[in-house]
Design a protein around this ligand. Structure first.
Ligand code: CA
Length: 232
């Protein structure tokens, strides 16, 4: 097993899945810890410092959701990014998962390539370091050095809050953000804003993008929040 790379705990009761994930993450240079039940996963967390947790939704005895809650309650574990592995068609469950404090989710059967990209994105978001100065999602480009957003050659002028929103969301394409999460990450400790403010600035962001393209990049998740997701 490789050493020195970021440390990842996988909690997954299906042994074949666990082995496949474990093998592929090791090959990528991650240090891997494994558990087949939630209780075992929590025990590992008592003894090891990890950088990221991949957590299966459907676990025997203690569900992935409950494990996630406990991780978020633990003083030593509450800041560890959690990616939930969910089965197809659990849309409500996925959202509840994020509401519970999971950082992201991947739907089974997932492609390893996609999962690896999510793992890198979550670790990057944790460290606060973008991979490079340009963040690109399906033609939409955010230049962090020049503070410039564009599609093709068309520049998209944005206010500072719209820029921060887009910069955050482009770091994890497809991730569903609740209004509270966006408020927390973009507005920080400013207590004078409420979640409707998020809607206003998402509206402005959409309007600016719509000036240069017919494509809708930002998806509304009704009753919850938003995702940067062109496919929908
Ligand atoms: Ca399972």
């Amino acid at each position: 097993m490789a050493t020195g790379g970021p440390r990842i705990l996988i909690v997954e009761d299906e042994t074949s899945q666990l082995q496949l994930l474990s093998y592929n993450l090791s090959v990528e240079g991650y240090q891997v810890f494994t558990a087949t039940t939630g209780a075992e996963g929590l025990l590992v967390l008592d003894e090891q410092e990890v950088d990221l947790i991949l957590l299966d939704w459907m676990l025997p005895h203690v569900s992935g959701l409950e494990v996630c809650r406990r991780i978020r309650r633990g003083k030593a574990t509450r800041h560890i990014p959690v990616i939930m592995l969910t089965a197809r068609g659990e849309e409500d469950d996925k959202i509840r998962g994020l509401d519970t404090g999971a950082d992201d989710y991947v739907v089974k059967p997932y492609s390893l390539k996609e999962l690896m990209a999510r793992v890198r994105a979550a670790l990057r978001a944790k460290s606060g370091q973008p991979e490079n100065d340009l963040m690109v999602y399906l033609g939409l480009t955010v230049d962090l050095v020049q503070h410039r957003v564009s599609i093709g050659n068309e520049s998209i002028p944005l206010g500072p809050l719209e820029f921060k929103l887009l910069r955050l969301m482009i770091g994890c394409p497809g991730r569903v953000w609740s209004r509270d999460q966006l408020l927390d990450r973009v507005w920080g400790d400013n207590l004078n804003v409420d979640t409707r403010t998020v809607d206003v600035h998402i509206g402005r962001l959409r309007k600016q993008i719509a000036r240069v393209t017919d494509e809708n990049y930002i998806r509304t998740v009704r009753g919850f929040g938003y995702a940067l997701d062109k496919s929908s």
